[in-house]
Design a protein around this ligand. Structure first.
Ligand code: AMP
Ligand code: ZN
Length: 466
C-alpha cells in the first residue's frame, strides 16, 4: 500500500519513496534538557512516534535518531541571550551535566508513560563537539563563514535558495522580529560557534581552531544526523516552530557542507498544542507536565488518546475539560476491549467487512497519518454487529500497533483488578437489595479509592477506571 506524507519542503503531499528500498532513516529534533518537557513538547514526540509506528506497520526497517540539546540553545532561539543550560545550572545550583542528566531521565520516563518507542540512537550535543568543529571547518574551507567579535557565523547570502523550507524570502524570515545584529552582515546569518565572553565563566566551553567557546544550536543537528545517517537521509521532523529558523539553518549549512540536494527528502512538522487560543507557554499557561496531569487524576495514555483526536498538522486546543473527554473515551475503549475478552460470541464474522475495515484503517494512517479518522474506523468496527468479539479483538490489537494505546496490556492488568472489583460490585449489589445503604456506600468509597467509579445504568451497575 502506498504511503503519503505532507512534505513541508515544497508544501505538498507526496508518496514516500525512501533512498534505500525498505529502509527509512529519520531524525527528530529532541529536547533541550534544561527543564521538564511540557505536554506541548510531548505532542511533538507523540507525532514522531506515530510516524515511526506507521513506517514499521508498513514493513520498513526504521533507524530513528534523536538529539539531546545540552549546550548552545540560547534563550532567544537565535544568537542572543543566555545559554538555557547555563542559566538553569546557575538557578538550580547544579552542574550543567547534572541538569542535563536529570531532565533527560524524566523525559525518557515520560516517553515510556506515553508508550512512545524510544529512538534507536540518542545523541548529545556535548558528546559531539569534535564532529561539529569538523563541520564548521568544512564550511570555513568552502567559504561560507565569517568571523565577528563574538563568534563564527554562517553567511546566508551565499546560499541562493536560503529559506526554501519556510517558503519565504530572507526578508520575510526575520520580518517583525527584532534581531540583535552585532557585527552580523545579515539578519538571517547565524552563529556556528560562539566565543566564551570571559574564559572560565561558563561551565561548558571547548578549545577549537576558532577560539575557546561552544557550538551554536543548529550545527549539532547537521553534524550528528550525518554521523549516524550519512550525508543524505529520508525524514527530518520537529515542531512547526523550527521551520523558519532552526531547520532553515540546518538545511543551509548541510547542503553547503555536503554539496547534496536535497539534504533531507521529507520534512515533517507537528503543529502546536494551544491553550486558550495561544501556544502553551510559561506566560500563557497550560504548561503541564505529564506528572502534573497524573496528580490531577489523568492517565498518561489519556493524553496520548487526546493527541490522536487531532491531525498532527492541525493545532490542538488543550484544556483539562477536553482532556477529561478524551480520558472518558479512552476508558470506554478499554472497557469495550475488556468486554470483548469476556464475550462468548457466536456471531459469524462477515469477512469482507472485516477486510474493508482493515483497508480503511491502513488507508487513513498511510494518508499523512490521519489518526482521527483511523480512530473512528476502530470505533465503527468495534460497534459492528457483523463482526464477532474475537475478530474485533484481533483487529484492535493490529490497529494498536499504530495507535499505541496499549491494548495488548489490557487483559492481564485489568482482569486482575476486575476479579477483585467484581466481588466488591456484587457485595454492593447485595447490600443494595437488602437496603443496607451504608454498606453500599462504603463499598462505593472503597472502589473509588482503588480508582474505580460505579455507574448505575438501566442495564445494571457498570464500573469505570477513574
Ligand atoms: P525544546 O525542548 O524547546 O527544544 O522543544 C522540544 C520540541 O517541542 C520541539 O520540537 C518544539 O518544536 C516542540 N514544541 C514546543 N512547544 C510546543 C507546543 N506548544 N506544541 C507542540 N510542540 C511544541
Ligand atoms: Zn534540530
Amino acid at each position: 500500500m502506498k504511503l503519503y506524507f505532507f512534505n513541508t519542503l515544497g508544501r505538498k503531499r507526496q508518496e514516500f519513496k525512501p533512498i534505500k528500498v525498505g529502509f527509512a532513516g529519520f531524525y527528530s529534533c529532541g529536547p533541550t534538557v534544561y527543564w521538564y518537557q511540557h505536554i506541548g513538547n510531548l505532542r511533538t514526540y507523540v507525532f514522531n512516534d506515530l510516524l515511526k509506528r506507521v513506517l514499521l506497520y508498513n514493513g520498513y526497517e526504521v533507524k530513528h535518531v534523536m538529539n539531546v540539546t545540552d549546550v548552545g540553545h540560547l534563550t532567544s532561539d537565535a544568537d542572543e541571550g543566555e545559554d538555557k543550560m547555563e542559566k538553569a545550572a546557575k538557578k538550580e545550583g547544579r552542574t550543567a551535566k547534572e541538569i542535563a542528566e536529570y531532565y533527560l531521565k524524566v523525559f525518557r520516563e515520560d516517553l515510556k508513560k506515553l508508550n512512545i518507542i524510544e529512538p534507536g540512537i540518542w545523541c548529545k550535543a556535548t558528546e559531539h563537539i569534535k564532529e561539529q568543529i569538523e563541520m564548521i571547518k568544512t564550511l570555513e574551507e568552502k567559504g561560507y563563514t565569517y568571523r565577528t567579535n563574538d563568534g563564527i557565523y554562517f553567511e546566508t547570502f551565499k546560499v541562493k535558495d536560503y529559506g526554501k523550507l519556510a517558503g519565504l524570502k530572507k526578508e520575510g524570515l526575520e520580518a517583525g522580529k527584532r534581531v540583535e545584529m552585532g557585527e552580523k552582515k545579515e539578519k538571517t546569518d547565524f552563529a556556528l560557534w560562539k566565543f566564551s565572553e570571559t574564559p572560565g565563566l561558563r561551565q561548558q566551553e571547548w578549545d577549537s581552531p576558532f577560539g575557546l567557546g561552544f557550538p551554536g544550536w543548529h550545527i549539532e543537528c547537521s553534524a550528528m544526523s550525518s554521523k549516524y545517517m550519512g550525508e543524505q537521509f529520508d525524514i527530518h521532523t520537529g515542531g512547526e516552530d523550527h521551520i523558519p529558523v532552526h531547520h532553515t539553518n540546518e538545511i543551509a549549512q548541510s547542503e553547503s557542507a555536503f554539496g547534496k540536494k536535497p539534504w533531507v527528502k521529507y520534512w515533517m512538522h507537528g503543529a502546536f498544542l494551544t491553550f486558550k487560543g495561544e501556544k502553551v507557554s510559561k506566560s500563557k499557561g497550560g504548561l503541564f507536565t505529564i506528572s502534573e496531569l497524573e496528580e490531577k487524576g489523568f492517565e498518561p495514555l489519556s493524553y496520548r488518546y487526546f493527541c490522536l483526536t487531532a491531525h498532527y498538522r492541525k493545532p490542538l486546543a488543550f484544556s483539562l475539560e477536553a482532556l477529561g473527554g478524551a480520558q472518558n473515551s479512552y476508558h470506554n475503549l478499554k472497557n469495550k476491549i475488556l468486554e470483548l475478552l469476556e464475550e462468548k460470541d457466536q456471531t459469524k464474522t462477515n469477512l469482507n467487512k472485516l477486510k474493508r475495515y482493515e483497508e480503511k484503517f491502513n488507508k487513513e494512517v498511510n494518508n499523512d497519518l490521519n489518526m482521527p479518522k483511523a480512530l473512528a474506523v476502530l470505533w465503527i468496527m468495534l460497534k459492528d454487529k457483523k463482526i464477532n468479539a474475537k475478530d474485533k479483538y484481533k483487529l484492535s490489537l493490529k490497529f494498536d500497533e499504530v495507535l499505541g494505546l496499549n491494548i495488548k496490556e489490557l487483559k492481564k492488568e485489568e482482569s486482575e483488578i476486575s476479579e477483585e472489583i467484581k466481588t466488591l460490585v456484587k457485595e454492593r449489589e447485595e447490600a443494595r437489595k437488602k437496603k443496607d445503604w451504608a454498606k453500599a456506600d462504603e463499598i462505593r468509597a472503597k472502589l473509588k479509592e482503588k480508582g474505580i467509579i460505579l455507574e448505575d445504568t438501566p442495564e445494571g451497575v457498570r464500573w469505570k477506571k477513574l
